[in-house]
Design a protein around this ligand. Structure first.
Ligand code: FAD
Length: 343
């Protein structure tokens, strides 16, 4: 299967960025409801927009992710309809879960919030079936999915034993970025900063497939959100806690109309933002795409099969810094030679 970059809509004018792709419009934004903003991963905009789409009758249901009510160590997909507490799906869950396989994920009256790979899979599936009336696809910038074992290891490290039943587990949110936080049924509490949890335990456990993803920025979605981090004097993102702000990109005409209507309805507050300001505070997304062609070549030279991508301009991006590209070819070749290729 080839992963294809979505084609541009006819008659639409786009801004474009090599790392972030096409945008009908781009914004910094946050939920107007203070609790939605507080509980959200960054500005709570995905929760605010998806809930409003259902409450206003533009959609009938939202498919999102949440901690399993019976076993909060696990993440599950949930479906929420009119009158539901949409904040159940607030926040990032740094663990495996599938939204795309949910039975309502292909419904034309659904909103699906999923990872960029899920938005891409759903839109390629619908186009292969000739389904024209697609669900509204909301997504978020994604560095990759950590393994479930990383959550278990982190809990154990923080003093919550493997078998202890939990009352709650969240990965971030309740502030921006907010702490990893778990509470056992017996009342033990554990907490770790974003740097400690994502940076040291969860992020490093990410599967290889995510490291060679060409689209961590949700090009197949109608709307995609990311962290619009503040930066220090040298331009590096800082993770000191503050009120959350999302970068928001409309990928389609429909996505743009939804954002404008959500602003006019008082659901989100937003100000226009240039794409270059977003790519400046997303160095990982920029670097992963710019070096992907070279890393895939190194792996192929070492005898491995690699995924097929088309339309992302990966070769052209690697040529922008040929010395770096050669370094990445060699590094990927060397690491891949240490593993044994499978058919
Ligand atoms: C695996 C992962 C990797 C991420 N990598 C980046 C990154 O590289 N750069 C960056 O800026 N931000 C990253 N984020 C954070 C994400 O971009 C922010 O959550 C985004 O700004 C949305 O914030 P929000 O406050 O609007 O969303 P919220 O209103 O908090 O809503 C979050 C939505 O995401 C859904 N969701 C949560 N976890 C998952 C999951 N595992 N799979 C599918 N859907 C899920 C929820 O159902 C909910 O609808 C990542 C998040 C995840 C889960």
């Amino acid at each position: 299967m080839v992963v294809r970059r979505p084609v541009a809509e006819t008659g639409v004018t786009y801004a474009s960025d090599p790392a972030l792709g096409r945008a009908v419009s781009s914004w910094q934004a946050w939920a107007v409801d203070a609790d939605t903003r507080f509980r959200g991963s960054s500005g709570g905009v995905l929760t605010a927009i998806s809930g409003w789409l259902v409450e206003s009758g533009r959609a009938t249901t939202v498919v999102g992710a949440a901690g399993d009510a019976a076993q909060p160590r696990r993440t599950v997909s949930i479906e929420l309809g009119k009158g539901a507490d949409f904040k159940q799906q607030s926040g990032s869950r740094y663990a495996p879960v599938s939204m795309a396989s949910h039975e309502s994920a292909l419904g034309s009256d659904s909103v699906v919030v999923g990872k960029p790979c899920e938005a891409s899979a759903l839109s390629q599936l619908m186009s292969s079936r000739g389904q024209m009336d697609s669900p509204i696809l909301l997504s978020f910038f994604c560095a990759g999915v950590p393994s479930q074992q990383a959550t278990e290891r982190l809990l154990t490290e923080l003093g919550i034993p493997h078998a202890a039943p939990l009352r709650t587990l969240r990965y971030r949110g309740h502030g921006w970025p907010g702490n990893f936080y778990a509470e056992s049924v017996e009342g033990a509490k554990a907490s770790a900063s974003y740097d400690e949890s994502w940076g040291k335990q969860l992020g490093p456990s990410m599967q290889w497939r995510c490291k060679v993803c060409p689209d961590g920025v949700g090009e197949s979605a109608d709307i995609v959100a990311g962290d619009y981090w503040k930066t220090d004097a040298k331009g590096y993102p800082v993770f000191t806690d503050s009120s959350g702000v999302s970068a928001l990109i409309a990928r389609t005409k429909r996505g743009h109309e939804i954002i404008v209507a959500a602003i006019q309805s008082g659901v989100i507050e937003a100000e226009p933002l240039e794409l270059s300001h977003i790519s400046n505070i997303q160095p990982y997304q920029v670097e992963r795409r710019a070096t992907l062609w070279a890393r895939l070549l190194g792996r192929r030279l070492a005898g491995w099969k690699v995924p097929s991508y088309t339309g992302f301009g990966l070769f052209a991006q690697s040529l922008q810094n040929p010395v770096r590209a050669l370094r990445y070819v060699y590094g990927s070749f060397r690491r891949s030679r240490l593993q044994s290729p499978r058919d």
